[in-house]
Design a protein around this ligand. Structure first.
Ligand code: MLT
Length: 206
């Protein structure tokens, strides 16, 4: 079989009969990899195809999806370039693996949520929706995208020192301005994901 290089290391779990029609794009946090979120994807959307790339930027050996200059200070040029690179990967993987007509729903945590938000803002045609756990505003696009018809779930922690409540409000506002339908779910938690976050996101996904 001819191997096609899509430019990312990734795992693909094919859809099972009766699984959700939209594939799920899993985007890990800093220091994670392509295996990390597979159980989360299966819990949120049982039987859906799971596409899980590994971030290509290394920070002290830890994979990420874009470069940062310090905690919460992002290299905006890199955010932009990496969002396009990942968007192209998603399109290529959909075609290569025959993932169907429905656009993927991104599920991202922390740095993975931030690159998913960047993709929504810079390449609004790629995703069908997104579940963003502990996300921040990754970039403010020069031209506001049209996110009409796109649903976004923001899972935020009231005591999150990294993705602060103010950041959540900013991101929610930016996405709403672009026409997305945004649900913010507040957990009484910090930056780490809780069982309650997963339950709420699953209910939202329906
Ligand atoms: C992280 O540690 O991943 C940050 O909090 C979020 C980011 O840098 O994108």
């Amino acid at each position: 079989m001819r191997s096609v290089d899509l430019g990312f290391a990734y795992k693909l779990v094919p859809a099972r009969d009766g699984g959700a029609p939209a594939p799920v794009l899993l985007l890990h946090g800093t220091g994670g990899d392509e295996s990390d979120l597979l159980p989360l994807g299966e819990a949120l959307a049982p039987g859906a195809a799971l596409l899980s790339p590994r971030g290509k930027v290394l920070e002290n050996g830890m994979p990420r999806f874009f470069r940062r200059l310090a905690e919460g200070v992002f290299d905006l040029k890199d955010v932009e370039a990496r969002a396009h690179e990942l968007a192209d990967f998603v399109q290529g993987a959909r075609e290569l693996h025959h993932l169907g007509e429905a656009r993927p729903i991104a599920v991202g945590f922390s740095n993975g949520a931030n690159i998913a938000a960047a993709m929504l803002l810079l390449r609004p045609e790629v995703l069908g929706g997104a579940i963003l756990f502990r996300a921040m505003v990754p970039i403010v696009p020069a031209t506001p995208p049209d996110l009409g018809g796109i649903r976004v779930f923001l899972g935020a922690g009231r005591r999150d020192p990294i993705a602060s409540p103010a950041e959540t409000d900013r991101l929610s506002g930016l996405l709403k301005e672009a026409g997305a339908s945004v649900t913010v779910q507040w957990a009484d938690a910090g930056h780490s994901l809780t069982a309650g976050d997963v339950e709420a996101a699953k209910a939202w996904l329906g």
